[in-house]
Design a protein around this ligand. Structure first.
Ligand code: HEC
Ligand code: HEC
Ligand code: HEC
Ligand code: HEC
Ligand code: HEC
Ligand code: HEC
Ligand code: HEC
Length: 334
């Protein structure tokens, strides 16, 4: 090979180093679940069955008919009993027929009174001990939840379904792990009671205390509520599961700013956990998930990226010098 092209080697070699992180990044993105996945309702084997129920339950009104007098009347369908079709068919249980979870007797209308007291299956009844769902750790979540403040509300029934809407649930932390929508939707679960007295009073005789006033010690509260989930401050950390389910009494909630605003921010083990695990698998950067979220968490974003880039530049320079020297030596030997 003529000496004229000897500069090619260092360039090719340094390009190789630069391209490694880029490749890792691409592979990592391919491993992420599809965002906002959309299903075609007609693809559900239960589509036709469900249409029977949804002609009333996905509508703002239903038709009441009196077969004796032959009279019919339109009546309003209460919002709580309304099931938006689109959400249903994009939820994890979209292939289900309504009567997989509800009694077959709901086919009669007016629905028999006894059905109102039917006991419903909870997550663990179907998901417990099933290898296919091992990644979610249902058993550990169940144990964690049993310790939580909500599980101790004894007078009324509080189940997993109170936060996981049976007709629209998707595992948010896996699907939209790095968008503001993900944080807002997660918080919406809590606010459906803690920000809505109509729902709250179904479970408690207490006066609902205003969430906004109770958190007015947080500077720029609306930004915080868009950037962190309620559970970050309100649940005990649990490293065995992705999302801690042990909601603690209010006295144990986090109010210490440094817990998040520091280089070993708790957010790495909570909010950014899914992304952090995925990241570590690919290239072991620390706290890079925060940068990815377009957030600048004061104190938490140490410039690891710059450190790594610096090290890369040094390695590449060294390579160039070494390779150049080898060529020089080879040349002088000739
Ligand atoms: C003709 C309209 C109509 C059809 C068809 C219908 N429902 Fe209903 N459903 C209602 C109305 C109205 C209510 C609220 C008042 C009541 O409970 O009667 C209701 C209430 C319910 C409730 C709540 C009961 C409670 O109080 O907790 C469930 C669950 C339910 N329906 C399931 C179904 C299922 C499953 C199907 C299909 C197999 C179905 N419904 C078909 C009109 C209908
Ligand atoms: C994966 C199981 C599951 C499927 C599938 C399901 N439901 Fe439900 N549904 C439930 C549970 C659990 C509740 C009680 C929620 C609670 O306790 O807060 C419920 C409650 C309801 C209610 C009462 C409103 C409420 O929020 O309490 C209606 C009405 C209803 N379902 C209708 C339907 C219809 C219509 C379908 C089919 C399109 C359907 N459900 C499919 C589990 C299911
Ligand atoms: C009546 C049984 C039943 C109940 C109750 C139930 N599930 Fe499921 N769930 C299933 C089945 C079956 C599937 C697989 C559906 C499919 O592949 O189309 C599934 C799928 C899922 C998935 C998607 C898994 C994946 O990786 O694709 C999640 C997440 C999930 N369920 C969470 C829950 C949660 C949370 C609860 C309780 C709030 C719950 N389920 C209650 C039967 C159930
Ligand atoms: C007080 C509200 C609340 C209750 C009650 C609750 N969850 Fe959750 N759960 C959440 C929140 C918030 C998330 C995080 C948002 C997300 O990723 O879906 C979550 C996420 C999950 C996930 C997804 C975990 C993953 O690895 O992606 C599963 C599975 C789950 N919960 C199961 C359960 C089971 C089982 C119960 C009942 C024993 C339960 N949840 C009760 C709030 C609750
Ligand atoms: C279905 C309604 C409902 C949902 C959803 C819900 N909660 Fe609650 N929560 C309650 C009720 C009811 C109480 C108990 C109030 C009482 O003491 O009577 C409670 C209690 C609490 C407490 C304890 C307050 C105290 O006095 O110590 C905290 C903290 C809390 N919830 C946080 C959350 C968080 C965080 C979420 C979301 C992950 C959530 N809740 C979801 C209804 C709900
Ligand atoms: C930055 C941490 C943080 C975040 C985020 C946060 N909280 Fe709190 N929360 C606290 C602390 C600390 C208290 C205790 C305040 C007190 O005792 O006055 C509290 C109090 C509460 C209480 C008890 C109010 C009472 O006195 O009855 C509820 C309920 C609650 N929070 C719900 C929520 C919900 C819902 C969200 C999400 C929208 C949320 N919190 C987000 C830290 C937080
Ligand atoms: C649960 C974790 C958490 C706790 C606790 C927390 N913060 Fe934050 N804070 C965040 C995150 C995440 C952001 C980044 C918001 C963004 O830019 O997206 C933020 C942003 C901020 C900002 C920038 C707001 C702006 O206007 O740009 C300030 C100032 C701040 N926090 C102060 C505090 C103070 C003071 C406390 C204690 C009273 C506190 N934070 C507690 C997570 C937390």
């Amino acid at each position: 090979m003529s000496n004229k092209f000897s500069w090619v080697y260092p360039v090719v070699i340094s390009l190789f180093f630069v391209s490694v992180p880029a490749k890792a990044l691409r592979e990592e993105n391919e491993n992420l679940p599809a965002q906002n996945q959309k299903n075609n309702p007609q693809d559900s084997p239960s589509f036709n069955d469900n249409e029977y129920c949804l002609r009333c339950h996905a509508s703002k009104y239903f038709v009441l008919s009196d077969s004796i007098n032959g009279q019919t009347q339109r009546q309003a369908m209460c919002d709580n009993f309304n099931i938006p079709k689109e959400k249903y068919y994009n939820s994890v249980h979209w292939t289900f027929s309504c009567t997989d979870c509800h009694s077959m007797e709901y086919k009669t209308f007016p629905h028999p009174l006894a059905l109102r007291f039917e006991t419903k299956l909870v997550c663990i009844d179907c998901h417990g001990g099933d290898e296919n769902f091992a990644q979610y750790h249902f058993e550990e979540i169940e144990t964690d939840y049993t310790k939580s403040i909500h599980a101790k509300i004894s007078t009324h029934e509080f189940t997993c379904w109170k936060c996981h809407n049976p007709h629209s649930y998707v595992p948010l932390a896996r699907r939209d792990s790095m968008t503001t929508d993900f944080v807002i939707s997660s918080n919406q679960m809590c606010l459906s009671c803690h920000g809505n007295f109509e729902n709250f009073q179904l479970l408690s005789d207490r006066e609902l205390t205003g969430v906004i006033e109770k958190h007015d010690w947080l500077p720029n509260q609306s930004l915080h509520f868009k950037s962190v989930r309620c559970i970050e401050c309100h649940s005990a950390q649990n490293n065995d599961i992705l999302i801690s389910h042990n909601i603690l009494p209010k006295d144990s909630a986090i109010s210490d700013c440094v817990k998040c605003h520091s280089s070993n921010s708790i957010l790495m083990g909570t909010l950014y956990k899914f992304r952090t695990i995925e990241r570590r698998k690919s290239y072991g950067f620390v706290n890079s998930a925060i940068i990815d979220n377009n957030s600048y968490v004061i104190g938490a974003n140490r410039s690891r990226f710059m450190n790594i880039t610096g090290i890369l530049i040094i390695i590449i320079t060294l390579m160039i010098i070494i390779i150049h020297t080898i060529f020089r030596i080879n040349k002088s030997k000739k």
